[in-house]
Design a protein around this ligand. Structure first.
Ligand code: FAD
Length: 271
């Protein structure tokens, strides 16, 4: 439970972070809230030679409107997202889902960017980001690039970010007035989701139903062609490949996906 030796470097601007990442390449890891990276290091599943702590980079901590879009700095913490008045009005699904992550301690440290780059299919916010049709902004030595959320989760814990790139911003189309719902089924209070469902404006993101967060495309298509909530939700497990574990078999997770999707869609219809 003790990490391998590493060098710790604290930076206070994006430019400084990029310079350190360019210098260290594959040997460095960015440290944001540390709530996924540090456990991995303690288990020695990650052993970076350098940790570049971006905690003090305040320029990456914000929520604001930019025309019709809501833009969020990658270092914004769950607890700030949960309470932010702009987010609550213009992207209420994301504000609500942020309040469902772990416990208060986790939410005071964990960041939206950290959750997305960690790319765990069992995490809550990647599914909400997918359902929101968000675009992720990355900055590296050759400038900025924009990656649609649908192209960001390549595999378990795998994204298209290069070791010298920083995720800087998340951009969502404004969702004021769109129906939304979020359901998360846990074994014990504060656990990770056994299965979760994030719905906004007829788009449906699934938590823990494959090696990556994914959209319930068959459900979305059925809704778009006028199917009832019950009929559309019955298709929620199509195209999924959920983990099969003693405490939750794949078949049980498929059942949960159908039930939770029906509940989340019903919630969305009433919101
Ligand atoms: C007890 C506990 C319970 C939890 N429960 C839940 C839960 O119910 N639901 C849930 O979704 N999550 C849960 N989590 C995980 C939590 O959400 C983490 O905070 C999140 O997964 C990672 O965010 P972080 O800011 O802590 O990132 P870190 O751990 O600092 O980093 C994670 C990864 O992202 C990279 N990274 C971070 N920021 C950037 C950036 N801006 N640019 C490039 N790379 C970056 C790091 O190098 C690292 O590889 C839990 C964690 C704990 C410890």
């Amino acid at each position: 439970m003790i990490p391998a030796e590493f060098r710790y470097e604290r930076v206070s601007t994006v430019d400084e972070a990029l310079a350190r990442l360019a210098e260290h390449g594959d040997d460095a890891k960015v440290l944001a809230g540390g709530h996924s990276l540090l456990p991995l290091m303690k288990l020695r599943l990650a052993a970076p030679e350098y940790l570049v702590d971006i905690g003090p980079v305040d320029e990456l901590r914000y929520v604001r409107l930019d025309g019709d879009e809501v833009v969020i700095g990658a270092l914004t913490r769950y607890s700030d997202l949960e309470q932010d008045p702009v987010l609550r009005e213009h992207a209420p699904l994301l504000a609500h889902a942020s309040g469902e992550v772990g416990d208060r301690q986790v939410r005071h440290r964990g960041t939206l960017g950290g959750s997305l780059v960690h790319a765990d299919a069992a995490a809550d916010l990647p599914a909400a980001i997918l359902a929101s049709d968000a675009v992720l902004v990355a900055r590296g030595p050759s400038g900025e690039r924009r990656i649609p959320a649908s192209e960001f989760f390549l595999g378990p814990f795998t994204t298209p970010l290069e070791p010298d790139e920083l995720l800087t911003e998340i951009r969502l189309p404004g969702q004021a007035g769109l129906g939304w719902g979020f359901e998360k089924f846990t074994r014990r209070a504060l656990d990770w989701a056994m299965v979760g469902v994030a719905v906004v404006g007829g788009k449906v993101g699934l938590v823990n139903m494959a090696g990556v967060p994914l959209r319930a495309s068959a459900t979305e298509e059925a809704l778009a062609s006028g199917a009832s909530i019950a009929d559309a939700a019955a298709l929620a497990a199509e195209g999924t490949n959920p983990p099969d574990e003693p405490h939750a078999t794949a078949e049980y997770r498929r059942h949960l996906a159908r039930v939770l999707t029906r509940r989340a869609l019903t919630q969305a219809a009433g919101s």
